[in-house]
Design a binder for this molecule. Structure first.
Ligand SMILES: Nc1ncnc2c1ncn2[C@@H]1O[C@H](COP(=O)(O)OP(=O)(O)OP(=O)(O)O)[C@@H](O)[C@H]1O
Length: 300
């Protein structure tokens, strides 16, 4: 096991940020921590990277205890915090050199590991980090987190605020790092990124709702979901919320994801009801659950 978390709790005065969390991340795994803002993701990252001490429980990273062996952990892990962590006034190259020096290494020594990522920002190596685009900042931060060849990489919301193309490229980079044997714990509020992980933990209000492979998590979804569409979205959502047989109603792109509380649901009944609410161009079709649907159901 690369990360072992046992009964960790952490509170800030009255806020219980983590409530008795336990899970393991296997060596070489790409593991996702999926949850909304305030779920407790950053708190857990800070505990695992030895920047914060839990009130209860214990954790090990790369076989070291987060409290008694914190110095060894700091040498063995890379951490890319959620907020941009680099020195804005230093250039791209200076930032990288700075992080290499702190860890007693050089860019040349570990160039192999960062090469694929660094070549994309190398044309801007003399530009100050503060003047880079979001996607380039993220690539530089990742290079800095990797410069000492960590065994375990912690990435806290690395794709927040990054455009969809850069997000896709970023996940491809993570897959390549995983193939080099690095264990990766990554947090994200984007449910579509969850599907790219080997396993995920869904977290909300400091509690783990479920841990499994993304495929298994959607398989556990207990109901048939319907994509519902009509001429007026806002009125459609209100009408579905007022429908006495609804089990769940969530806007989902151009559709509303709807589940019904009855065993013998007939879409014709729903169509007649929606027509009685002055809606037209009604479409009701079966669809497959996503991680987001599962999250909403578990978080109910
Ligand atoms: N230093 C602090 N003092 C008081 N409350 C805090 C502190 N840090 C975090 N919290 C609270 O603890 C809870 C968990 O916060 P945390 O930052 O770990 O969540 P998160 O999932 O990383 O969300 P975000 O993406 O918003 O940072 C939230 O309710 C937050 O307001």
């Amino acid at each position: 096991m690369s990360i072992i978390i046992s009964n960790i709790s952490k509170s800030y005065k009255k806020v219980n940020a983590l409530k008795n969390i336990s899970f393991d991340v296997k060596s070489g795994e790409l593991f996702g921590l999926i949850g909304p803002d305030g779920a407790g993701k950053t708190t857990l990252f800070r505990i695992l990277t030895t920047l914060l001490i839990a009130n209860e429980g214990s954790a090990k990273v790369a076989d070291f205890d987060v409290v008694s062996e914190y110095k060894s952990i700091r040498k063995s892990v890379g951490y890319m915090p959620g907020k941009f962590s680099l020195y804005q006034d230093l250039t791209v190259e200076e930032n990288l050199e700075f992080f290499a020096t702190i860890f007693g290494t050089t860019i040349d020594e570990n160039y192999d590991l960062i090469k694929d990522i660094y070549v994309q920002i190398e044309p801007f190596k003399n530009r100050r980090a503060g003047k880079l685009s979001g996607g380039m900042k993220q690539k530089l931060a990742l290079c800095c987190a990797l410069i000492h060849k960590p065994k375990v990489l912690f990435l806290d919301e690395p794709t927040t605020g990054v455009d969809p193309v850069s997000r896709k490229e970023f996940w491809e980079m993570l897959k390549r790092l995983q193939q080099k044997g690095i264990t990766i714990l990554v947090s994200t509020p984007y449910m579509d990124e969850a599907a790219l992980c080997d396993r995920i933990a869904l977290i909300q209000d400091g509690e783990i709702l479920e841990i499994d492979t993304p495929q298994a998590i959607v398989k556990h979804y207990p109901k048939q979901i319907y994509n519902v569409k009509a001429n007026k979205m806002y009125q459609l959502i209100n009408a579905l919320n007022d429908y006495k047989y609804n089990h769940s109603v969530y806007p989902f792109g151009e559709f509303v994801h709807y589940t019904d509380s009855r065993m013998d649901f007939n879409s014709k009944d729903l169509e007649v009801y929606l027509e009685s609410k002055n809606l037209s161009s009604i479409e009701i079709e079966e669809t497959k659950p996503t991680i987001e649907d599962t999250f909403m159901e578990l978080a109910k």
